[in-house]
Every structure is written in C-alpha cells, then in structure tokens.
Write a protein that binds this ligand. Structure first.
Ligand code: NAP
Length: 262
C-alpha cells in the first residue's frame, strides 16, 4: 500500500533514540522530509544514521521540549528548511518512576511541563503551518497506563490522561480544518526508557531483570514486549494520508495487554 508520505514534512520530537527515533526512521523510509530533535548531541548521530540508510535529508536540532523558545525554534527551522509542516508527532522523555509517597511537588510540576505543556506548546506553534497543509495530522505519544495504571509510575499514570483529553479535544476542534489528531498508547516496548524502569523495579523488588521481564511478558497475550519498529509502523500509518478517515483514536499498541473492551 502507498502511504502517500513522499515529500511530506514531518517533525518528530524527542527522537534521538527509542520510539521517536524509530518513528522518524520509518517516515524517512517512506520518503518524508524529517526533522528530529532532542537535548543531547546524539540527535545529530541519529540524523546521520537515518540519512545514510534512507538517502533522505534529515534535519536535527538540539531542543528541550520543556522550553517554549526551543519549540518556536524547531518549528521555525522546519518551515525554513522544508517550506512547511504536514505532520507533527509530539513525543518527550518519560517522567521518573515512583509511587505517590516518593514523589514531591517539584517532580509533579516537571512532569506536567515535560509531558503535557510540551504537547500544548508544540501544537500551538505548529498549527498555523498544519492549517496550510493538504494532509495534516498530529499524533501524540502517550501510554497504555492511561487505560490501566502501571505500578510505580504515578506521574505517567496521571499526567498522560491530560494528554489524552487534549488529543481528543483537538480531534473535535480541528476536524473542520481537516487536521486529524490521534494518540498511540504504547504498552511495554523495549527501549532505553524501559531498561531504566526495569532497573528501578529490580531495586525495589530485589528480583533480577530477567525475572521482571518474565513477569511483564506473562501479562501480555503475545508473551513479549514490542519493538520500537512495531510501534513506528503503526505511528507512520496513522499519520499518513492512507489513514485519512481515522481521527480521535486512542490506539493501543500493547500486544493485547489491556484486556478492557473499550
Ligand atoms: P527513551 O528511549 O528514553 O527516549 C526518550 C527520548 O526523549 C530521547 O531521544 C531523549 O533524548 C528525548 N528527550 C527526553 N527529554 C527530552 C526533552 N526535555 N526535550 C527533548 N527531548 C527529550 O524513551 P522511549 O521508550 O522511546 O519513550 C518515549 C515516550 O513514550 C516516553 O514519554 C515514554 O515514557 C513513553 N512510553 C514508552 C513506553 C515504552 O515501553 N517504551 C511505554 C509507554 C509510554 P535526550 O535525552 O537527548 O533529550
């Protein structure tokens, strides 16, 4: 199937590794012009790697998505380099693990900035350009924790629900501009973030990492964690013109882990 992504301009934030990088790579494989950003210098390595593999130019910027001025800068650079913006994927690092008792007010404020306000600011800055696109789409990356809280992740469990509310509202309000807005709710997908979460779990439980993985896998009907590529394939389809009548969907990519009927 042709996803009709050739020549489309895509911004994927927080894309130096993990889900963001895999998504950017898949867009580039489909012929899109891709902009990626993250805070550290490995973003430039990620861009070079994707360019070499796909032959598609990739613009990399060092950006902290908690800083509104950085967000303005990445949107402006995207438009300057590629002449517009068709697809926005709002991603950010995950908030630190912890229970309610472990978590102070500063950590709550930081997590709101990182996971909610970054998405708000990105959409605000991108909207004038998305409104000029002939096939615009926004994808937020949230979590399966919005369906069922994950142990020791009070910040993620709480704040991502606000992003779901934002996504759903935008899908209603921006439909008249033909801007589709969806979210993917990843389940356990093996990335560095998951490795860090496993370290936190083993420190608390006294179990080995292998035992923690076995216990996570036991809760997934497919019996394993997903790969970033499996996530990226769905993300790219959802943002593509091939999914032109899909709007306001909160799509679980979790191997069937969430057993709820809705
Ligand atoms: P990851 O492997 O830790 O990658 C995180 C990416 O975000 C890195 O490129 C990092 O680069 C960038 N980043 C972090 N803070 C940033 C900031 N303030 N500004 C700009 N870039 C920033 O994480 P992941 O597993 O791909 O997860 C991506 C998102 O999905 C996270 O929010 C995570 O919590 C969520 N999620 C993941 C899973 C999973 O199983 N993997 C499941 C549910 C939800 P720099 O450090 O260089 O900035």
């Amino acid at each position: 199937m042709d996803l009709h992504l050739s020549g489309k301009v895509v911004l994927v934030t927080a894309a130096s590794k993990g889900l963001g990088k895999a998504t950017a790579r898949q867009f580039a494989r489909e012929g899109a012009k891709v902009v990626i950003c993250a805070r550290s210098e490995i973003i430039e390595k990620a861009a070079a790697e994707i360019e070499t593999e796909t032959g598609t130019p990739v613009l990399a910027l060092r950006v902290d998505v908690t800083q509104p001025a950085d967000i303005e800068r990445v949107i402006n650079a995207t438009v300057e380099k590629f002449g517009g913006l068709d697809i926005l994927v709002t991603n950010a690092g995950g908030p630190p693990p912890g229970t309610f008792d472990d978590t102070d007010l500063t950590a709550w404020e930081n997590a709101v900035n990182l996971n909610l306000l970054s998405a708000v600011q990105l959409v605000k800055s991108a909207l004038p350009y998305l409104r000029q696109s002939i096939a615009p789409a926004i994808l937020t990356i949230t979590s399966s924790s919005t369906k069922q809280p994950v142990k020791n992740l009070v910040l993620s469990n709480s704040i991502r629900l606000a992003v779901i509310g934002l996504t759903k509202t935008l899908s209603q309000e921006l439909g008249s501009d033909q801007i589709r807005v969806n979210s993917i709710l990843p389940g356990w997908t093996y990335t560095e973030r998951v490795d860090e979460l496993l370290n936190a779990r083993t420190a608390k439980s006294g179990k080995t990492k292998a035992e923690e993985i076995t216990s996570i896998n036991a809760g997934v009907p497919l019996g394993r964690m997903g790969t970033p590529e499996e996530f990226a394939n769905v993300a790219v389809f959802l943002c593509s013109p091939a999914a032109s009548y899909v709007n306001g969907v909160m799509l679980q990519v979790d191997g069937g882990m969430n057993a709820g009927t809705f």
